[in-house]
Design a protein around this ligand. Structure first.
Ligand SMILES: CC(C)(COP(=O)(O)OP(=O)(O)OC[C@H]1O[C@@H](n2cnc3c(N)ncnc32)[C@H](O)[C@@H]1OP(=O)(O)O)[C@@H](O)C(=O)NCCC(=O)NCCS
Length: 180
């Protein structure tokens, strides 16, 4: 099995493991146990979820980024999500990781629509989305919070720097198809 599911210029993304819990806890705004358990469950159910983001040169764990299977207003959407340990903010890492995930979504999964749900105060995250070509679509309530929904076709303006292995193709119906 390849070491990375997604590889970019500086980063390697691999599945989370139970021994990553201490690193996930370094992002105190997250419920680390929930992130880990939901990811492990999603790998089994839909073949993807949050991945560990590793700096390839130093092998440091810097955060999580991945494609999340979300439901909003009765629609299933593939959301690109990202969270980094604070010491690694401001180096373009989230933008690079998210671009890698978008390239993977386009190439390995054939998705033509991805979203990001971004709270109104989170201008840094909105900037990451904009840098990767996502555009504002609408406001929506997501888990009782009003969010801005940003969307993109990940096959447009691909980064080209990411390579994706083909090992997790167990996708069923994700990507904006209305639920029956
Ligand atoms: C959002 C987050 C992932 C961004 O990570 P990052 O690696 O620092 O992001 P990048 O360096 O790739 O890009 C950040 C951009 O936001 C800009 N920025 C930073 N602070 C900002 C602010 N207060 N307002 C607006 N833009 C801001 C940066 O200048 C940069 O844009 P630029 O390249 O044009 O200069 C990181 O801050 C984080 O983990 N935050 C907490 C978790 C979170 O909010 N996740 C997203 C949930 S939707």
């Amino acid at each position: 099995m390849a070491e990375w599911i997604i590889e970019t210029a500086r980063l390697g993304l691999r599945r989370l493991r139970p021994d990553d819990l201490a690193q996930i806890r370094r992002m105190p705004w997250l419920d680390a146990e929930r992130v880990l358990h939901r990811s492990l469950e999603e790998y089994e159910r839909v073949g993807h979820g949050f991945l560990a983001v590793i700096l390839r040169t130093s092998r440091e764990f810097v955060g999580v980024c991945g494609l999340l299977d979300q439901e909003i207003e009765g629609r299933r959407e593939a959301e690109v999500g990202y969270h980094l340990i604070e010491a690694f903010h401001g180096q373009g890492i989230a933008t690079e990781a998210a671009r890698g995930v978008m390239d993977y979504a386009a190439e390995a999964m054939g998705l033509r629509r991805i979203v990001s749900f971004i709270e109104h105060h989170n201008d840094r995250s909105a900037r990451v989305a904009a840098k990767n070509g996502l555009v504002y679509e609408r406001d929506e309530l997501f888990r009782d919070i009003l969010v801005r929904v940003f969307v993109a076709d990940p096959s447009v303006g691909r980064g080209g720097g990411a390579t994706a292995s083909m090992e997790s193709l167990a996708v069923d119906g994700i990507g904006g198809t209305p639920r029956a």
